[in-house]
Design a binder for this molecule. Structure first.
Ligand SMILES: Cc1cc2nc3c(=O)[nH]c(=O)nc-3n(C[C@H](O)[C@H](O)[C@H](O)COP(=O)(O)OP(=O)(O)OC[C@H]3O[C@@H](n4cnc5c(N)ncnc54)[C@H](O)[C@@H]3O)c2cc1C
Length: 296
């Protein structure tokens, strides 16, 4: 159905043309290969689930059932595809939401953007279609169980929209990797509507498993349900990520061993970390130092 996926020669040709750049890119950015193509058969999609009006969960089966994705916490994979039979591949990073040690398959949650080249293409995939991956793409922050015990007693994760995928991967990793650890995790997840709170079921399960260590804060900007309509009790409606709200969640006084991770649309990231339009960011106003903040 998608000839570009069946054309390794095209892949090789376009890669040969860009070989110097690609070599440097791979050499510096990409470690151990997950499913390096075209040497291997590409993973094949075998399940697709609609999570909201614009978001799907896509499951890809590896050619070898013993494979794991080979990623570390906060890293992602690069997806290669040829939308509209283009000659050069379009390449975008995506963060798997399946467990990192899951054998045999990998799950991506993909939000479709209006006119989005790759996300629109991924939303057209059907079971049986294949996709080229390369990875891992390092996330720029090396998290390990040792990091949490030595450096971080409290971790704040702030996600907007599809930024929830690395956030979910990291929250689960921190909690599971050192399950007897002391790191407390707060997740603030902002979205436009309650339907856009994708992965909420998974996050709620995580919250129940680690009730003493994980606190979830769901904020949606749409107005709350009308009288008589049922809404989500744990969701704050008509709410955005603001200084006063984060101060309420994280406390006014900064303590040692705190770390904040941010992943969201550009406007939200700029409001949090500052920029030309916003000056000082909300996090700085709350007393966080620059080296305590990591933006994905
Ligand atoms: C490390 C990393 C991990 C990521 N993981 C995921 C993931 O797991 N799931 C997922 O759905 N996406 C993820 N993304 C985003 C993804 O890589 C693409 O940027 C996204 O799918 C849009 O690509 P596109 O080709 O469809 O859009 P493009 O053709 O590049 O852009 C089309 C339009 O969409 C707008 N747009 C593109 N990206 C965004 C955005 N993030 N926020 C708001 N508007 C945007 C652009 O401004 C443009 O107008 C991740 C990004 C990074 C950097």
């Amino acid at each position: 159905m998608f000839p570009s996926m069946r054309l390794p020669n095209k892949f090789i040709a376009s890669f040969t043309i860009a070989s110097c750049g690609a070599y440097t890119f791979r050499r510096h950015l990409i470690g151990e290969a997950l499913a390096e193509t075209p040497e291997q058969e590409p993973p094949v999609m075998f399940r697709v689930e609609s999570l909201s009006h614009n978001t799907k969960r896509l499951r890809f089966e590896y050619p070898d059932q013993t494979w794991t994705c080979g990623l570390q916490l906060t890293s992602s994979v690069l997806v290669f595809c040829w939308p509209q039979r283009s000659w050069f591949p379009a390449i975008r990073p995506y963060t798997p939401v399946s467990s990192l040690d899951q054998r045999g398959f990998l799950d991506l949650v993909v939000k479709k953007y209006p006119h989005g080249k790759v996300s629109s293409y991924l939303h057209t995939l059907q079971p049986g279609d294949s996709l080229y991956f390369l990875g891992p793409l390092p996330g720029g922050y090396r998290w390990s169980a040792a990091t949490s015990t030595t450096e971080h007693s409290r971790v704040y994760l702030i996600a907007g929209g599809s930024g929830i995928t690395p956030t979910y991967q990291l929250a689960r990793g921190i909690l599971e990797e050192n399950s007897d650890g002391h790191t407390k995790v707060h997740v603030v997840f902002g979205a436009n509507t309650a339907q856009d709170l994708v992965l909420k079921n998974e996050l709620d399960i995580l919250q129940r498993r680690f009730a003493d260590r994980l606190q979830m804060h769901y904020l949606v900007s749409e107005a709350g349900p009308s009288p008589g309509e049922s809404g989500n009790k744990d969701v704050s409606y008509g709410a955005r990520v603001t200084t006063s709200r984060l101060q309420h969640f994280f406390g006014a006084k900064r303590q040692g061993g705190e770390k904040v991770f941010v992943c969201g649309p550009p406007g939200m990231e700029e409001a949090l970390v500052g920029g030309k339009a916003n000056g000082r960011g909300i996090l700085e106003e709350l007393g966080f130092e620059k080296d305590q903040i990591h933006v994905f």
